[in-house]
Write a protein that binds this ligand. Structure first.
Ligand SMILES: Nc1ncnc2c1ncn2[C@@H]1O[C@H](COP(=O)(O)OP(=O)(O)OP(=O)(O)O)[C@@H](O)[C@H]1O
Ligand SMILES: [Mg+2]
Length: 293
């Protein structure tokens, strides 16, 4: 059915045995395309992603992909899933191509010709064909990340979950990685978690901000920025002067700190209008939760 296209998450909750309520009634609808998940450390992003990847069970709630129920049929969901965890393991003694071939075999690519062809295409897609003969343990951080995405892409997943994939990548690697994700998002759901607000702004049609296991904001970057239009003010405060108490956020600048405040009008004439960025939305959304930004 058309309206079941994509990922639907309904009332997902999870409390760990130590009492941490990592997810609290999370409900989401994600259409094919790139979807961003933002949130501070400990917000529950990885918990949500591991749950959707069927690696752990929620206490409550359901989720489905193109109408297929992930809790009733986890095997069916896994066949349509690619998952790149926050930390990827390394495998000593195996070449990049060798490891991809093994995983492809595990995913049911039993025909050697088909398997080789798919692995060849994946290596090209992530731009690792020239190092495919090298052992995976010799890859740089960036290569390893791109290799991880190739692993996750075996079998052309309908849902690709990538948990903070660009941490530690240089700008060129990050761009390359983003282009691969954007390719995949042309016909699959790509769920991307990150701390880099700017990446979500550039890449994602929609996003959620998660805090304390709850979704505190959801929408397109423009929709989320709209309520803050004309309400933000900024000023560079010299190092000796204390910043005002009620700031949305402050950032170090060469001559002091740049503060951003919210209000109907500038608090003092020295403040100038500040067009809202997604980062301001992020701080604004978190301000109304217990969690420190
Ligand atoms: N296996 C576990 N057992 C107990 N508590 C856990 C476990 N995994 C995560 N938590 C807790 O659940 C909460 C959510 O953690 P989670 O890893 O999902 O957050 P996150 O948003 O991915 O954070 P980060 O940005 O640091 O990766 C945290 O308070 C964390 O300490
Ligand atoms: Mg995490």
């Amino acid at each position: 059915m058309e309206n079941e296209d994509g990922l639907a998450v309904e009332g997902l909750s999870k409390t760990y045995t130590n009492g941490v309520r990592a997810l609290q009634n999370v409900t989401l609808k994600v259409r094919p395309g790139m979807y961003g998940l933002l949130g501070p450390n400990g917000a529950g992003k990885s918990t949500l992603m591991r749950t959707l990847a069927t690696l752990q069970e929620p206490d409550e709630g359901t989720f489905s992909l193109d109408g297929l129920d992930g809790r009733k049929d986890p095997d069916g969901l896994r066949r349509r899933l690619g998952y790149l965890p926050q930390q990827i393991g390394t495998y000593p003694g195996v070449t990049g191509r060798g490891l991809l071939e093994r995983f492809a075999w595990l995913k049911g690519r039993t025909d050697p010709k088909e398997r080789r062809a798919e692995v060849g295409l994946l290596l090209e897609q992530v731009n690792l064909d020239d190092v495919a003969h090298r052992q995976v343990t010799t890859y740089s951080g960036g290569m390893l990340r791109r290799f991880g995405i190739a692993l996750a892409l075996i079998g052309r997943p309908r849902l690709l979950i990538v948990d903070e994939p660009t941490a530690g990548l240089d700008p060129a690697e990050r761009n390359r990685f983003h282009r691969v994700l954007a390719d995949v998002a042309a016909d699959s759901v790509v769920l991307l978690s990150t701390h880099i607000v700017e990446d979500v702004d550039n890449l994602c049609e929609r996003l959620s901000i998660l805090a304390d296991g709850k979704i505190v904001a959801e929408g397109t970057p423009d929709e989320l920025r709209a309520p803050l239009k004309g309400r933000l003010w900024t000023r560079l405060i010299p190092r000796k002067e204390p910043p005002p108490s009620d700031v949305l956020h402050l950032a170090a600048a060469p001559a002091g700190v740049r503060v951003v405040v919210e209000g109907d009008s500038p608090p003092e004439p020295a403040y100038e209008a500040h067009p809202p960025r997604l980062e301001d939305v992020y701080h604004h959304a978190l301000r109304h939760t217990k969690v420190a930004a």
